[in-house]
Design a protein around this ligand. Sequence first.
Ligand SMILES: *[C@@H]1O[C@H](CO)[C@@H](O)[C@H](O)[C@H]1NC(C)=O
Ligand SMILES: *[C@@H]1O[C@H](CO)[C@@H](O)[C@H](O)[C@H]1NC(C)=O
Ligand SMILES: *[C@@H]1O[C@H](CO)[C@@H](O)[C@H](O)[C@H]1NC(C)=O
Ligand SMILES: *[C@@H]1O[C@H](CO)[C@@H](O)[C@H](O)[C@H]1NC(C)=O
Ligand SMILES: *[C@@H]1O[C@H](CO)[C@@H](O)[C@H](O)[C@H]1NC(C)=O
Ligand SMILES: *[C@@H]1O[C@H](CO)[C@@H](O)[C@H](O)[C@H]1NC(C)=O
Ligand SMILES: *[C@@H]1O[C@H](CO)[C@@H](O)[C@H](O)[C@H]1NC(C)=O
Ligand SMILES: *[C@@H]1O[C@H](CO)[C@@H](O)[C@H](O)[C@H]1NC(C)=O
Ligand SMILES: *[C@@H]1O[C@H](CO)[C@@H](O)[C@H](O)[C@H]1NC(C)=O
Ligand SMILES: *[C@@H]1O[C@H](CO)[C@@H](O)[C@H](O)[C@H]1NC(C)=O
Ligand SMILES: *[C@@H]1O[C@H](CO)[C@@H](O)[C@H](O)[C@H]1NC(C)=O
Length: 409
Amino acid sequence: MSNLLCFSLFLFSILSAATSRSINETETQALLAIKARILIDPYEVFVSWNGSRHFCDWPGVTCGRRHRRVTALRLPSLNLVGDLSPCIAYLTFLKVINVGNNSFRGPIPLEVTQLHRLEELVLANNSFHGELPRHLARCSNLKFVNLNGNALGGEIHAELGSLSKLRMLQLAMNNFIGTIPPSIGNISSLQYLSLMQNQLEGRIPIELGHLSNLRFLQLASNKFSGTVPKELYNISSIFSFGLADNQLQGQVPPYISLSLPNLRFIYLGKNKFSGPIPTSIANATGLIQLDMGSNELSGPIPNLGSLQNLQALNFGDNFLDSSNDLSFLSSLTNCTNLSLLWLYKNNLTGVLPDSIGNLSTNLNQFRIETNFISGAIPKGIGNLAGLEYLGLFENMFTSTIPDSIGKMS
Ligand SMILES: *[C@@H]1O[C@H](CO)[C@@H](O)[C@H](O)[C@H]1NC(C)=O
Ligand SMILES: *[C@@H]1O[C@H](CO)[C@@H](O)[C@H](O)[C@H]1NC(C)=O
Ligand SMILES: *[C@@H]1O[C@H](CO)[C@@H](O)[C@H](O)[C@H]1NC(C)=O
Ligand SMILES: *[C@@H]1O[C@H](CO)[C@@H](O)[C@H](O)[C@H]1NC(C)=O
Ligand SMILES: *[C@@H]1O[C@H](CO)[C@@H](O)[C@H](O)[C@H]1NC(C)=O
Ligand SMILES: *[C@@H]1O[C@H](CO)[C@@H](O)[C@H](O)[C@H]1NC(C)=O
Ligand SMILES: *[C@@H]1O[C@H](CO)[C@@H](O)[C@H](O)[C@H]1NC(C)=O
Ligand SMILES: *[C@@H]1O[C@H](CO)[C@@H](O)[C@H](O)[C@H]1NC(C)=O
Ligand SMILES: *[C@@H]1O[C@H](CO)[C@@H](O)[C@H](O)[C@H]1NC(C)=O
Ligand SMILES: *[C@@H]1O[C@H](CO)[C@@H](O)[C@H](O)[C@H]1NC(C)=O
Ligand SMILES: *[C@@H]1O[C@H](CO)[C@@H](O)[C@H](O)[C@H]1NC(C)=O
């Protein structure tokens, strides 16, 4: 029905002279067609989309001040159910479509590709399905694309690489398949790229290393394999680097902290990374979260007392070996905000130092179970008043459990 409506809109728009009156009428009809596709509107936003007021005063609609054409549709978080009318393409001055966080379903109308002025497309947290509109790149002014949390699938088209103004591309939590097109590396303005939780595979293209303004890279929970291109560790603007839960392999390069001076969050867990933990990581002094758990890392754990902002450290489930020296634990007493420390399931040997009683009082989870730690459990452990999870099982502790454990409320 709405397609028919769009067709009559189309006829109207070509048959009538492009007077301000007919343009006005086209925009009114396009908005009413959008309204007609909304099935559930619990906050009754669309009730006031009626003739009693100019459409520029309808809730969620923004118009240009002089030309009075619709420039933005912002209808986020309204629990709307329905689909997005293709008639939206008649709002030719649209710069912003934001219907995020609703229950829109059906495909993303192909017609959006006619909106050449579009800068912001936010459809996140809905139930859109089908593929990306094939020629989305025709919206060459796009700056922000957030399609996270839908049921979209198919491949990520190489054509997207021509969106030269794009700053944010978020396609996380969908069902995209295939590989990352190398052309994405052409989008030099890109600051934020999230492809997390899809079914993407293959190698991470070297070309992503050209994204010299990238601050946030999240590729977790896909099926990427092979080694991480060295070029990726060279993007000095990177703030958050997420590759967790893939099938990546190879070593973590020793120069990582030198080339990533802005690094705050690094997630490499649940992969097949091997070799040692680079000692240079101690120079990445801005780090807040460091996750290298569930890999095949071996060798010693470096002293990380210089990482004073550290809040979470996960080296659990690797082949790390302490050679009877657990002094790195003493160095961590410097990290006064540390709240998660996971070292479980490694080859750690030696005796717990008394200084563990001086670890952060914010420490909430301390897991060092399933290792080869011997000797006594230090009395000082009772100082860790914030602990909610303490894993010490499957070790070689001797002597009695200190009474001080009773202090941990
Ligand atoms: C039309 O919109 C106004 C708000 O602008 C609202 O008060 C009125 O109830 C609406 N009329 C109808 C018939 O829904
Ligand atoms: C444009 O349409 C609105 C109805 O949405 C109407 O109130 C207004 O008078 C129209 N303006 C012109 C110039 O036709
Ligand atoms: C999304 O909508 C839910 C209710 O459906 C609400 O609780 C939540 O705060 C919204 N999130 C955002 C980011 O708007
Ligand atoms: C989508 O939902 C997530 C989780 O509730 C929320 O963090 C995010 O801000 C939402 N996005 C939008 C665009 O509403
Ligand atoms: C975009 O990237 C592809 C593949 O990396 C390359 O072949 C092409 O020349 C690039 N195009 C532009 C305009 O830079
Ligand atoms: C990383 O950058 C440095 C200098 O900016 C350069 O010398 C080096 O070749 C780059 N490495 C890679 C793998 O691109
Ligand atoms: C940390 O950086 C300093 C100076 O840049 C360098 O001398 C030192 O070797 C680095 N430490 C590590 C462990 O890489
Ligand atoms: C603890 O932090 C101080 C700076 O506040 C630093 O001088 C010292 O080397 C750090 N200790 C360790 C073990 O890294
Ligand atoms: C510790 O965390 C708090 C808030 O989470 C923050 O304000 C403070 O700067 C942090 N301190 C350090 C040393 O990182
Ligand atoms: C871990 O330690 C055990 C017992 O000492 C040893 O048998 C095993 O070879 C070690 N594994 C690795 C990967 O170092
Ligand atoms: C713990 O810290 C206190 C105060 O800074 C210090 O006196 C004590 O020696 C430390 N204990 C250990 C075992 O490092």
